[in-house]
Design a protein around this ligand. Structure first.
Ligand SMILES: [Zn+2]
Length: 644
């Protein structure tokens, strides 16, 4: 069975990335404003949605459904719609200021090459890995974590024609994860040298000729015929294990549980109970697990996992990567601020004396072209596709393809390391690998709406706003420089009131929702006037020639990328999440799905010209990466798997 590219079916991924520059430039807050004329006033703006938009009124999560599991929301308004059935009730739509502000800040950050202020650094990066890890036993001794090598033996819990031992399922059900057990060794599984030994008898007390081991449950090993027993081996001395490493196992279990929420998978429940128990913390219990070691800068790091082939939690966090990659981690000091943080403010690390208030205030956008009946603002109630959380594990989209000094690429890469397959399960690591993220995520515009008609627990029913509604809102500015005002104005209308460059707001961006054009109606400046003993404020119109306002360098890559991805008239026709089809399993519910594309993309031929082996399910090699915004061809092909 092989994966192939379908040259006739192409798609453009709904999102892409605006590049980061070489360096995030910062200076102290005072340096932004000292010795400059400062302007105060407001910008009167108009907002028109060119496609439907949706922003939820979260005071009612069951606006159109009775079942609590199935979420449904009406459009945002000032009405408290708590406990109301909304199907035949309508309110006047409002676009909340926070939504507009978020959109404008993200654009301003991209255009001014500012820090990535919104990265979530508490989120742990994780990814499924296919390098088999080694069995080990973890234990606290004299207050320090110690890792021991272990030998894994297989103990039968399900019918299996190869292992003729008795079925230990009922006996094992009385044991817990990590319990000590005595066993009698039988022969190797399949009688093959590289396979583990099987077990013919077990006992909870020491018996002559029996060996001592620890039980490990929940291993997806050879179709779940067997559970495992780990026999203690020698101690590993050259790896230091910290409490931080132990916390990462905990984070990993949380990720596993999140991923398996829907199938009530309690596979690692017992493992987690032991991991978080006092007895383990105090060194009275031993934890069986898998470990893999990788070296970087002459230091050894270790990954732990409950499964042999499982998920790794990376050492690098996004902010660590950004620190190395031009310093694009969020700003943390008013002495050292990027342009966006200087204007929009920042919260520092929660310490108030190191935070900075915003010099901008957005108002809610209220409807301008009022209709007599509220229902005329809205489209039919529909179902938004699953709110896919960012799949940052798709490193072929989120990270740059790495190259070594000689220009050769690698088979696989992630947030910590890159490697090539050599043979069997051997890999060669890229010593000088530095992970690089692709940039800031933006969505292409599109006019194609695709609706899923079946509601489930992961998607939601919504009532979007019809296109071509016009709103008005203001942006108040307080003591900003002329340069900042010019840049803010340009960012709001993307260079011109009458061009087709638009922002995207709210939910449903991948299916074409959210396209808005913001126009500047006028700019009002507040001047202070001195008359005798009194000081008063006068409001004067402040003129900016919107056609001549060019505060950004159009030759810069980030500006060009921004102009291309925001152009509604040039929206790609074939926006679609990746299309992959497993034709060997026709009719199965997930045989045509986006994740199939990501599976296939690592099993195409040799993947790349420098590869030493052919790509396969167990030896994946990344084939295509996400095209760049400025590429002439931004499409990818459908991938499918068929019998040879
Ligand atoms: Zn910043």
């Amino acid at each position: 069975m092989t994966w192939k590219e379908d040259m006739n079916i192409k798609f453009v991924n709904p999102y892409n990335f605006i590049s980061l520059g070489n360096e995030c430039k910062r200076k102290s807050f005072d340096d932004y404003i000292n010795n400059k004329e400062l302007l105060t006033g407001y910008i009167e703006c108009e907002l028109e949605n060119l496609t439907p938009i949706f922003i939820p009124n979260t005071t009612n999560e069951n606006a159109f459904t009775d079942n609590e599991k199935y979420k449904s929301y009406d459009f945002f308004s000032y009405d408290d719609i708590h406990n109301q059935k909304r199907t035949f009730k309508y309110s006047e739509p409002v676009i909340p200021a926070s939504e507009i502000r978020g959109v404008i800040r993200a654009a301003y950050e991209a255009l001014t090459n500012s820090c990535m202020s919104t990265i979530d650094d508490n989120g742990v990066l994780s990814k499924r890995t296919t390098i088999p890890a080694k069995p080990g036993l973890l234990k606290k001794e004299n207050g320090e974590w110690k890792l021991y090598k272990a030998e894994r033996l297989m103990i039968k819990v399900k019918d299996c024609s190869i292992d003729n031992a008795q079925n230990f399922k009922n006996i094992l059900s009385k044991y817990n994860e990590g319990d000590k057990i005595y066993f009698k060794r039988s022969k190797r599984y399949k009688n093959k040298n590289f396979m583990p030994f099987t077990v013919s008898n077990i006992s909870n007390i020491n018996v002559k000729d029996y060996e001592e081991g620890y039980i490990h449950f929940g291993e997806d090993f050879i179709k779940k015929h067997h559970e495992s027993i780990f026999k203690l081996g020698e101690m590993i001395n050259d790896i230091e294990i910290t409490d931080e490493d132990i916390k990462k196992i905990d984070a990993l279990i949380t990720i596993y549980n999140d991923l398996n929420k829907d199938n009530n998978d309690t596979k690692y429940k017992k493992f987690n109970e032991l991991l978080t128990s006092k007895d383990f913390e105090n060194g009275r219990r031993v934890l069986p697990l898998y470990y893999s070691v990788y070296k970087k800068d002459d230091k050894s790091y270790v990954y732990f996992s409950p499964a042999c082939i499982g998920r790794e939690v990376f050492t690098n966090r996004l902010s660590d990567i950004l620190k190395v990659q031009g310093g694009y981690q969020p700003c943390s000091s008013r002495e050292n601020l990027c342009e966006a943080c200087a204007l929009f403010g920042f919260t520092g690390n929660g310490s108030e004396n190191n935070a900075l208030a915003s010099r901008l205030r957005f108002t809610d956008a209220k409807i301008k072209n009022k209709k007599t009946r509220n229902e005329d603002y809205y489209d039919e109630i529909c179902i938004l596709p699953e709110l896919a959380s960012p799949k940052i594990s798709a490193t072929e989209f989120y990270l740059e393809r790495p190259y070594d000094d000689k220009g050769k690429t690698y088979d696989m890469w992630n947030y910590d390391y890159a490697f090539n397959w050599v043979y069997q399960n051997k890999i060669e690591q890229f010593d000088k690998y530095i992970p690089k993220i692709r940039g800031r995520k933006f969505y292409w515009h599109s006019e194609k709406f695709k609706f899923v008609y079946e509601q489930n627990e992961r998607n939601c029913k919504v009532r979007p706003l019809k296109k071509n509604n016009v709103f008005s809102f203001r942006v108040y500015f307080d003591a900003i420089t002329e340069d900042e005002l010019n840049k803010l104005v340009w960012t709001l209308n993307i260079g011109d009131n009458n061009n087709t460059n638009c922002h995207k707001i709210g939910r449903g961006k991948p299916i074409g929702f959210g396209t808005i054009k913001i126009r500047i109606n006028k700019i009002i400046k507040r001047d202070i006037s001195f008359g005798g003993d009194t000081i008063s404020y006068v409001l004067n119109e402040y003129k900016i020639d919107l056609k001549q306002n060019r505060p950004f360098d159009y030759n810069k890559k980030n500006v060009q990328e921004f102009l291309k991805i925001t152009d509604f008239m040039k929206a790609p026709q074939n926006i679609n999440y990746p299309i992959g089809e497993d034709k060997t399993k026709p009719g199965k519910s997930n045989s045509v799905a986006s994740h199939q594309w990501f599976i296939g993309n690592k099993q195409i031929g040799y993947g790349h010209k420098d590869a030493k082996i052919k790509a396969s399910g167990t030896k994946p090699i990344i084939y295509k990466t996400l095209p760049y915004i400025l590429d002439n061809d931004i499409t990818l092909n459908k991938l499918y798997k068929e019998r040879n």
